[in-house]
Design a protein around this ligand. Structure first.
Ligand SMILES: *Cc1c(COP(=O)(O)O)cnc(C)c1O
Length: 493
């Protein structure tokens, strides 16, 4: 496709780089990679001199140097040294349609020429945000008909808090202020996002947390379930919500928020008993139920939203990452009709971001959602590649002495590394005394073997792009097994 005002090409094809097989539903692309203008050493010197990385120990990182990723296509990344790396994390849980999809690039390019930016504050709107809102009303479950936009998942959860407080104000119950969340949940890194999240190490670096946020335990059976069955343990965890509500007084509790499955916390899947009980308790005490779908949304489990997989109905939905497949930043909050009604006929809602509903982000989101739906990509996660990935991964790791448990469905998995995996029911299972260390060893072996697999403590996480082929799943799983075997050898299990 060519455009008006096509600039002279500023990119040159990288020499000697083989194109991977085309993603489903896509014609083969001719790889065009940005010219590598500097040597790896030069990049590292400049990066160390001027760039502060998120969630990093900069002293240590600057001494070893970062890996410089220069291009990507489908499920592969290439670094400045020419290594071809399989991306088992879809970027950071977001590049669901795979890297370098022309449909998304063209949508952004066209929109930038047509209307690169206009705000939606002052009695104005624009076609991309209108199209996106109408499309979101179609792909989200019934009752979600209104959407508020922001630039990230963190801002989405800030927005959720603002909506929740406005809701109870309008309902004449301003005492409902407490929001209940969970330990080891992840809701972002703004002050409100980190306060909602249950990561103690993030709280330590803040002088104070947002008030009126309290936590109950996460449903992490492998670590905390003892001799209980996963179902009984998850039910106990859910009932902590009821105990916390009674302790605070239902008249003081506004909402519960949780990721349907915990992502950054280690891909932790609660047993089937968990969410129905959480939902029952929220309804009983008139508490809003908020699902943070930043990772689970847009097909990761094979359903459009992961709360559909778990079978419950939230009042608010936080979305980001997969909304644009990460091609440009965008977040959104979906409101059930009764929640939207509290915002709509009740005066000014005093919240907004300059880039709320940014036209380029909205245009990319529309292109992304169309591709996911019309390209049958979400459907394929459910009926074909998701089951294949789960089956292949579980078969490959079944006899590894280091793997205690595998959680997940669709194209997401959490692999529990364990000192002793226990009996067939997992009884007697034992975690490593220093679990983070074993995860880091494994992660380093992945790195050396051109695989991106993330470590969270003693859990290894996989969340590949949805367009991964069967052969690429075989490669991914083979490399994961090898990294885990090398880890077992290193630690002498
Ligand atoms: C990544 C993530 C966030 C934060 O999103 P950002 O875009 O990084 O601000 C919030 N919630 C969940 C569940 C996430 O995985």
């Amino acid at each position: 496709m060519t455009f008006r005002n096509d600039p002279a090409p500023i990119v040159a094809p990288a020499a000697g780089v083989a194109s991977p097989s085309p993603a489903p539903g896509q014609a083969p692309v001719t790889a065009a990679a940005p010219r590598v203008a500097r040597s790896t050493a030069e990049y590292r010197v400049l990066d160390a001199a001027h760039h502060l990385h998120p969630f990093s120990d900069m002293g240590t990182l600057n001494r070893t140097g970062s890996r410089v990723i220069t291009r990507a296509e489908g499920v592969y990344l290439w670094d400045s040294e020419g290594h071809k790396i399989i991306d088992g994390m879809a970027g950071l849980w977001c590049v669901n349609v795979g890297h370098a999809r022309k449909e998304l690039a063209e949508a952004a390019y066209r929109q930038m020429l047509e209307l690169p930016f206009y705000n939606t504050f002052f009695k104005t709107t624009h076609p991309p945000v209108i199209e996106l809102s109408a499309l979101l009303a179609e792909v989200t479950p019934p009752g979600f008909n209104h959407f508020f936009y922001c630039n990230s998942g963190s801002e989405g959860n800030d927005t959720v808090l603002r909506i929740v407080y406005q809701y109870w104000l309008v309902k004449g119950q301003p005492s409902k202020k407490y929001v209940i969340s969970r330990t080891n949940g992840y809701h972002g890194s703004t002050i409100a996002g980190a306060s909602l999240g249950g990561m103690g190490y993030m709280h330590e670096q803040m002088p104070s947390k947002v008030e009126h946020i309290v936590h109950i335990d996460q449903p992490y059976w492998y670590g905390n379930g003892g001799d209980l069955s996963p179902e009984a343990f998850s039910l106990n965890c859910a009932r902590q919500l009821e105990a916390k509500i009674l302790e605070l007084g239902a008249e003081n509790v506004a909402a519960f928020i949780g990721e349907p499955f915990q992502g950054a916390g280690g891909v932790i899947f609660p047993a089937s008993t968990y969410w129905p009980e959480i939902e029952r308790i929220c309804r009983k005490y008139d508490i809003l139920l908020c699902a943070d779908e930043v990772i689970g949304g847009f097909g990761r489990t094979g359903e459009w939203f992961s709360h559909e997989y778990f079978g419950f109905q939230p009042d608010l939905l936080t979305m980001a990452k997969g909304l644009t497949s990460g091609y440009v930043p965008m977040g959104a909050v979906g409101l059930q009709d009764h929640v939207a009604a509290a915002i709509i006929e009740n005066g000014e809602f005093n919240h907004g971001l300059t880039y709320s509903g940014h036209p380029v982000a909205a245009a990319v989101a529309v292109a992304n959602l169309r591709l996911l739906r019309e390209g049958g990509i979400v459907e394929r996660v459910k009926t074909d590649i998701g089951p294949y990935f789960q089956k292949t991964l579980r078969a490959a790791l079944a006899d590894s002495p280091l793997v205690g448990d595998i959680a997940g469905t669709g194209l997401v998995a959490g692999i529990q590394l364990a000192q002793y995996k226990g009996d067939a029911q997992g009884l007697g299972r034992q975690r490593f005394a220093n679990g983070g260390e074993v995860g880091t060893i494994c992660r380093d072996f992945c790195f050396e073997n051109d695989l991106v697999m993330r470590a969270t403590g003693d859990r290894m996480l996989l969340s590949p792009p949805f367009v991964i082929t069967h052969e690429e799943v075989d490669e991914l799983v083979g490399k994961a097994r090898r990294a885990i075997d090398l880890t077992a050898q290193r630690i002498g299990t």
